[in-house]
Write a protein that binds this ligand. Sequence first.
Ligand code: SF4
Length: 358
Amino acid sequence: MIIPFFIPHAGCPHQCVFCDQKRITGKKSAVHPASVPATIRSFLAAKASDGHQEAGIQAAERPRDVQVAFYGGSFTALPPELQQAYLREVRPFLDAGEVRSIRISTRPDRITPGVLALLRKHQVATVELGVQSLDNDVLHHSGRGHTSEHTVAATRLLREQGFLIGYQLMPGLPKDSRTRFRETVIRTVELGPDMVRIYPVLVIRDTPLEKLFHDGVYAPLAREDAVAWCAEAQEQFEAAGIDVIRIGLQHTETLARPGTVVAGPYHPAFGQLVASSRFLKLMTSVLADITPGSDAVLRVHPADLSTALGQKKRNIPILLGRTKARKIVVRTDAAVPRGTVTLDMTLDHTCINPLFGI
Ligand code: SF4
């Protein structure tokens, strides 16, 4: 469980063209350090009461999983006294074993040995970097104010000091392209963070990107393209052992409010769209060799059924068109590993069974 605290734009040296943390997070101002303990206590109380309802798991065993996170700004660009003020409020919970560790998010150009010493002293375990892209032209046109070299240097320092490293990537920034994003994915795999988040760019109201969009200078990714880019990236990260911990922005009331997202591949369950597209690819390859006109039975884990079928079960007609099967049935089977598909059987209606003379 992550207990999130939002510090929208706190510490940011300037405005990146795509960003409005207040609209994205739904939080108007940074949390005050003094209010941190009460929020942690209320999250822990809610978690403990959930724990009592789960058979066989003692509430006392559960805090090991709890992490406190500071998101939405550039934490390490805050004055050191303010960083410490936030982190000190978490300390009693760490000492009591109620919270396991702390994570923060920040910019790659705000990682120095001194910064990391402060974080280490206060038991910060995970640092998420707003990498966004590893293409310097894309970073420049996105108003990031740092280069890919900052990410390389920050990653090296964080690894030397034993921090867990997260990257946030944003496909579809100004001047980005399929080739450039693929290159960013390849370089990310080489740099080897422990985890990534992938947020396709949205045009948020009142950001500089909105003006670029209305001026015809910037065009966001179509949803289909964003899904395809993210699915391909996720496959490569997983193959490299890098956890993809989120795809698509967290759905919030503010984000869903009409007019907040002016354009772009927004969907409240974007990650689910990506997962469904990956299932479609998997099922297409499983059915590649079946005889046209056959009936096929596919099996998936029960928890994967809706993902495999896709939104409004759209994956089935697409599969029928791709494979020329007569009928495709997807059944659930708890013995099938999550994220996989088994071809149970095919019935070939075009062949004659000589034994029974049918
Ligand atoms: S993207 Fe990060 S650094 Fe840029 S304005 Fe938003 S929170 Fe600040």
